[in-house]
Each structure stands twice: as structure tokens, then as C-alpha cells.
Write a protein that binds this ligand. Structure first.
Ligand code: SAM
Ligand code: DTB
Ligand code: SF4
Length: 311
């Protein structure tokens, strides 16, 4: 199928009557997953702020006045303490994010130690460190990394409006390096950046055409941070967000679809619809990277109200 035909197919899915779309998504979901199980991933920002890139959604770019300070790489002990806490709270995966264009060779050894330490606790490990150079993915894998998160964020044709300091092909090249190193791929995007349905279809089509498809697909609802160029964007209709989750589930049946950023302000009923639409993973813990997340006690209560078990 050509790329355009594929976008057309996803656009047709997004255009379905809402109940039809959810029924199809839930049917696909049940063929491949236990609908009563939710996977929990906890995030830690190991290097906050001061990023040289200009991603227009991001509070960590040094180009925008968002109040996020440029901090050094955190010490190993901080990572181990946070990972232990995440494990005690019931998370199965620990994701370490860094506000880098990509890791510098001098930073990598310390990150490798963090990965090994988290791996030794018995947690799944994930890193989101930006663009990787040849050989870096292999080093991460050898240290005990299970997943690498690297998002495509939007459709190819819109990427240049959102980020100018690197391009879509750079992201695809890193994803190829990650796969070649034998790492599992976590790759998704952001919606609510003022895009139209066609752009959302383009993002989902691009993710679904990765071969093999990503193991995890984080769908982020833009967290609008004052000072970022995208702050003040018309918020995306919740039901349109649910449609996007459903389209991800239908087109990537085996992937874990993660309801990611944006849950702090998302009504419980909308989250419940996202789970019905096939989301089976969440970020769990008080914080994402620099912004707040839904609180843990609230999440525990929500999962209990919905009769969901955790993994
Ligand atoms: N610097 C690395 C990179 O860009 O790949 C890794 C960290 S970066 C913060 C990871 C992802 O966070 C981005 O690709 C984007 O999907 C997400 N993100 C950043 N700011 C966000 C925001 N305000 N709302 C929702 N998602 C956001
Ligand atoms: C992903 O898709 N979302 C996470 C993780 N991968 C690294 C990051 C969300 C960041 C939200 C804004 C912030 O807290 O800075
Ligand atoms: Fe930097 Fe990543 Fe934020 Fe872009 S998304 S500014 S690369 S931290």
C-alpha cells in the first residue's frame, strides 16, 4: 500500500461513527490483549532543561522562557531511589528521559550505569535520550536497556512547523538504529497541537507503517506550558482524542498503546473511554518530566473503579 493510501485508510477509520469506531477498536483489542490489565510505566527526568532543540511544544527547550532550569545529569543514587519507589508503587517499567538533542559520548557511561542499576532491580528499562549516533544503541542494549522511546510526534508533512533543528528523517534514522541494536521500540506522538484530522491520520499511518510496528505507542495529549510557542492552542476535543487512541489500536493491534501526557486534566470518564478504545498502558507517578501527572492515589482509585488489574 502506498503511503497516501495508508493515510486514506487511517483517515477513513477516524471518520467512522464514534460507536462503530469504539466497537472495532475494542474487538481488535480483545483479540490481542487482556482488556482487564493495565501496564504502568514511571518516568524520571535524568537531565532536565537547557535543550538546544526548538520543539515548539516542549518546556525544556532553552529557547523558550518556561521557568524550567538547565540542570545537570542527576546522580545514580537519585535514579535508584526513584526506581525503587516506582517498583514499590507497582510500576513494571522505568523510563529515563533527558533534554538532549542526543547523548554526548562523555554522558553515555553515566547513563549506562543508571540503566544497569534499574535493570538489576528487576524493572523493565526504557530511555528517551534523543537522536542516537552509530554504536550508541548497541551500548545501551549491552547495559540492559529493554526499550528506547523516540517519538515521531506528528505527521511528516507537519514536522517542519513544529521542529526546525532536526528533521523527520533524523528521527526515522534513530528508530532504525534502535531496531538494529535489538532494542524494543517505543514510538508515538502528540495530538492537540492545532493539527487537523488528516495530520493525526498521517501520524498514525506513519507509526503503523514502521516495520516491525512499535512495541509501545505513547499517545500524548499536548500539555500546554506557558512560554512555549504552542501554549494557547485551541485544546483538542476529548472525543477526537479518544478517536486517535482507537485508530492507533486498530492499526497497531499488538502494540501497547499508552495513554501518556495530558492525564492530569483529563476527566476520569474520558480516560475510561480511552481504555475502552484500546489504551492499555499509562504513565504512573506524580510527575511526567517537568509537568504534573495524575496523582497516584487518584489513579489507584480509578483503576479500582474500572476493575482493572495492573502489570
Ligand atoms: N529530548 C528527547 C527527544 O526529544 O526525543 C527525549 C525527551 S522529549 C521530552 C520526549 C517526548 O516528550 C517528545 O518526543 C514529546 O513526544 C513529549 N513531550 C514533550 N513535551 C511535551 C508536552 N508539552 N506535551 C506532551 N508531550 C510532550
Ligand atoms: C512520551 O511519549 N511522553 C513522555 C515520555 N515519552 C518521555 C514525556 C512527556 C513529557 C510531557 C511534558 C513534560 O513533563 O515535560
Ligand atoms: Fe529537547 Fe526533546 Fe524537548 Fe525537543 S522534545 S526540546 S529534543 S527535550
Amino acid at each position: 500500500m502506498s503511503a497516501t493510501a495508508c493515510v486514506d485508510a487511517v483517515a477513513a477509520i477516524l471518520d467512522l461513527p464514534f460507536d462503530e469506531l469504539l466497537f472495532r477498536a475494542q474487538t481488535v483489542h480483545r483479540e490481542h490483549h487482556d482488556p482487564t490489565v493495565m501496564q504502568l510505566s514511571t518516568l524520571l527526568s535524568i537531565k532536565t532543561g537547557g535543550c538546544p532543540e526548538d520543539c515548539r511544544y516542549c518546556p525544556q527547550s532553552s529557547r523558550y522562557q518556561t521557568g524550567v532550569e538547565d540542570e545537570p545529569l542527576v546522580p545514580l543514587e537519585t535514579v535508584v531511589a526513584a526506581a525503587r519507589q516506582a517498583q514499590a508503587n507497582g510500576a513494571s517499567r522505568f523510563c529515563m528521559g533527558a533534554a538532549w538533542r542526543g547523548p554526548q559520548p562523555q554522558d553515555l557511561p553515566r547513563v549506562l550505569d543508571m540503566i544497569a542499576a534499574v535493570h538489576n532491580l528487576g524493572l523493565e528499562t526504557c530511555c528517551s535520550l534523543g537522536l542516537l549516533q552509530d554504536g550508541q544503541a548497541q551500548q545501551l542494549r549491552a547495559a540492559g536497556l529493554d526499550y528506547y522511546n523516540h517519538n515521531l510526534d506528528t505527521a511528516a508533512e507537519r514536522y517542519g512547523e513544529i521542529v526546525a533543528t532536526h528533521d523527520y528523517q533524523d528521527r526515522l534514522d534513530t528508530l532504525a538504529r534502535v531496531r538494529r541494536a535489538g532494542l524494543r521500540v517505543c514510538c508515538g506522538g502528540i495530538v492537540g497541537m492545532g493539527e487537523n484530522r488528516r495530520v493525526r491520520a498521517g501520524l498514525i499511518a506513519q507509526l503503523a507503517s514502521l516495520d516491525p510496528q512499535p512495541d509501545s505507542v505513547p499517545i500524548n495529549y499536548l500539555v500546554q506550558v506557558p512560554g512555549t510557542p504552542l501554549s494557547g492552542t485551541e485544546p483538542l476535543d476529548w472525543l477526537e482524542f479518544v478517536r486517535t487512541i482507537a485508530a492507533a489500536r486498530i492499526t497497531m493491534p499488538k502494540s501497547m498503546v499508552r495513554l501518556s501526557a495530558g492525564r492530569q486534566r483529563m476527566p476520569d470518564e474520558v480516560q475510561a473511554l480511552c481504555f475502552l478504545a484500546g489504551a492499555n498502558s499509562i504513565f504512573y507517578g506524580e510527575k511526567l518530566l517537568t509537568t504534573g501527572n495524575a496523582d497516584v492515589e487518584h489513579d489507584k482509585a480509578l483503576l479500582a473503579r474500572l476493575g482493572l488489574r495492573t502489570a
